[in-house]
Design a protein around this ligand. Structure first.
Ligand SMILES: Nc1ncnc2c1ncn2[C@@H]1O[C@H](COP(=O)(O)OP(=O)(O)OP(=O)(O)O)[C@@H](O)[C@H]1O
Ligand SMILES: [Mg+2]
Length: 363
C-alpha cells in the first residue's frame, strides 16, 4: 500500500523531446488511477519514472511522503506489467507465477498456497502444470498478472496490459482486476488509451496530452465536466460535438448563433450571455445528449441524416445542417440516408469553451 505523489515531474529525452511536462499528480493510497491519453502523450514515461526505470529531468517522486526519486527500482517494491506479456518460456505456468516468491526464498508451502489462491482468482488453475509456450497472448497476460499479484507489491503499474489481449479475455480481466484492486485495497496505476477502459475501471482518471495533465477527476467528472475540448473529445464514444458559435440576444432571449443554424436558449440569462458572449465560443454537447425527432418540432433544428452508424445497442446518427455535422447517439432505429431529422440541444448538457484557449468557461 502506498500513496504516490509526483511533483512537477518533467522528462526531456536527448535535450529536445519533452515526454512529460511538469506533471503533478497524487495517486491516493488504495486508489485505482488511470492515465489516459493518446499515443506519445507520456504515459509510459510517467510509469517508468514511478517505477524508477527512468529518472526525471526535474521534479520529485514520493511514496507515502518519502522522496524516492533516487531510489533504484528494486528497492521501490513496485511491479510493472507491460502491453506484451513477458513470460519465462521454459517454465510451467506454476513456476512462472511462483518465480518472484522463489526468488525471495519463501517457504514452499506458503508459495503453493499463494500460487493456488491467485490462480483461482485468474481462473487458470487448470493451466498450472502446463508449459507457457502453448498459451495465447490473453492467457500469457493472465499468467503475468497472476505473477504480479502473487508478489503483493506496494504499487501496481499496469501499462496497457489488456491492449494485446483478445476481447473476451479482456472483459474477463477487467472484471478480475477491478475486483482484486478493491478486495486487496492496493494502489494501482493503469495506463490506457482506451477511454471506455478508464471509465469502467478507474476511481480517478488523469487525462494527459503532450506530456501535460489536462484533467484529473472521477470518471463522472471527466465525462460530464471536461475542463477543455480535448478531454471532451477524447473521453466518450464518440467524443463531444463541438460547434463554433457566438451568443446573441434578441428580445431579451439568448440565441446560440452557429452560422449554420440558430438555436434558442431561453434558459440562459441575458446577463450570462452578455458576459461570456463577448468572446468566440465553442459549445460542446455529447452525442448521447442530443435529442432527435423524426417529425418536425417547433424551434428544433432541421437536418439531413447522412450516415447512421451502429455502436452496440445504439446508433450514431450523423446529422448535417449547413456545413456542420452533429452526431446524435440514440437507441437503435432504421433511418434512410438523406432522411430529415429534427434535433435539439438541451441546455443542461451544453458546455461552453473559450474559442481561443479551448478551456471550459465556468458559468
Ligand atoms: N527513450 C526515449 N528516447 C527518446 N524519446 C523517447 C524515449 N521514450 C519515449 N520517448 C518519446 O517521449 C514521448 C512520450 O512517449 P511515451 O512512450 O511515454 O508515450 P505513451 O503515452 O506511452 O505512448 P503510447 O500510447 O504510444 O505507448 C514520445 O514522443 C516518445 O517518442
Ligand atoms: Mg506507452
Amino acid at each position: 500500500m502506498a500513496r504516490v505523489f509526483l511533483e512537477k515531474v518533467r522528462k526531456v529525452f536527448d535535450n529536445k523531446v519533452v515526454a512529460v511536462d511538469g506533471l503533478t499528480l497524487e495517486v491516493p493510497d488504495r486508489g485505482l488511477v488511470s492515465l489516459l491519453g493518446p499515443s506519445g502523450c507520456g504515459k509510459t514515461t510517467t510509469m517508468r519514472i514511478i517505477a524508477g526505470l527512468e529518472s526525471p529531468t526535474s521534479g520529485r517522486v514520493y511514496f507515502d511522503g518519502q522522496d524516492v526519486t533516487e531510489v533504484p527500482p528494486e528497492k521501490r517494491d513496485v511491479a510493472m506489467v507491460f502491453q506484451f506479456p513477458v513470460i519465462y518460456p521454459g517454465m510451467s505456468v506454476y513456476e512462472n507465477i511462483a518465480f518472484p516468491l522463489v526468488a525471495r526464498k519463501m517457504a514452499k508451502e506458503e508459495i503453493k498456497k499463494r500460487v493456488e489462491e491467485v490462480a483461482e482468482i485468474f481462473e487458470i488453475t487448470d493451466l498450472l502444470s502446463k508449459r507457457t509456450y502453448a498459451l495465447d497472448a490473453g492467457m500469457k497476460q493472465k499468467v503475468v498478472l497472476a505473477r504480479t499479484f502473487v508478489r503483493r507489491p506496494k504499487v501496481y503499474l499496469l501499462d496497457e496490459p489488456l491492449t494485446a489481449v483478445d476481447p473476451k479475455t479482456r472483459m474477463e480481466l477487467r472484471t478480475i482486476l477491478k475486483r482484486l484492486q478493491s478486495d486487496l485495497g492496493q494502489t494501482m496505476i493503469y495506463v490506457t488509451h482506451d477511454q471506455s477502459e478508464s471509465l469502467t475501471l478507474a476511481d480517478k482518471i488523469a487525462v494527459m496530452n503532450e506530456g501535460r495533465l489536462l484533467q484529473y477527476g472521477s470518471p463522472e467528472e471527466v465525462y460530464s465536466n471536461p475542463n477543455n475540448t480535448f478531454v471532451g473529445y477524447f473521453v466518450g464514444n464518440p467524443g463531444m460535438n463541438f460547434i463554433n458559435c457566438s451568443l446573441a440576444i434578441e428580445n431579451n432571449v439568448c440565441i446560440l448563433d452557429a452560422q449554420d443554424f440558430r438555436h434558442f436558449l431561453p434558459e440562459i440569462s441575458p446577463s450570462f450571455a452578455r458576459e461570456i458572449g463577448q468572446r468566440s465560443l465553442i459549445v460542446g454537447i455529447r452525442p448521447e445528449n442530443v435529442e432527435v425527432s423524426f417529425t418536425p418540432r417547433e424551434n428544433w433544428i432541421t437536418s439531413q441524416c447522412i450516415l447512421s452508424e451502429p455502436i452496440g445497442s445504439r446508433v450514431v446518427l450523423h446529422l448535417k445542417v449547413g456545413e456542420k455535422v452533429i452526431k446524435a447517439k440514440v437507441p437503435r432505429v432504421e433511418v434512410e440516408p438523406g432522411a430529415s431529422i429534427w434535433f435539439h440541444l438541451p441546455i443542461e448538457f451544453l458546455k461552453f469553451f473559450d474559442g481561443e484557449t479551448q478551456e471550459a468557461v465556468k458559468a
